[in-house]
Design a protein around this ligand. Structure first.
Ligand code: ZN
Length: 88
């Protein structure tokens, strides 16, 4: 995992089955810091801040033993328009 990536996937909300994703990454090309959040779950996807695409590839257990989604994030840098890809 890249040391430029700081992303946390919060435990699934048992009421809405939505999972909050918090993204904070640096652009590979220009170093611009991009921050955004999104909710993932049951087909709902509501990005806030920098828009990014999230494709779930499965579920993992985090340090607290809660099930969280893992997947691939694609975000276009608003500064230089380079497409960055990260795995969470
Ligand atoms: Zn950039």
């Amino acid at each position: 995992m890249s040391d430029r990536l700081s992303m946390t996937a919060c435990p699934v909300d048992t009421h809405t089955m939505a999972q909050a994703l918090n993204l904070k990454v640096q652009c590979h090309a220009c170093g611009y810091t991009m921050e955004g959040t999104a909710k993932y779950g049951q087909g709902h996807y509501v990005p806030v801040g920098v828009e990014f695409d999230f494709v779930a590839t499965g579920k993992i257990k985090n340090a607290q033993g809660k099930r969280v989604v893992k997947g691939e994030v694609t975000v276009v840098c608003p500064s230089c328009t380079v497409k960055n890809k990260y795995l969470i």
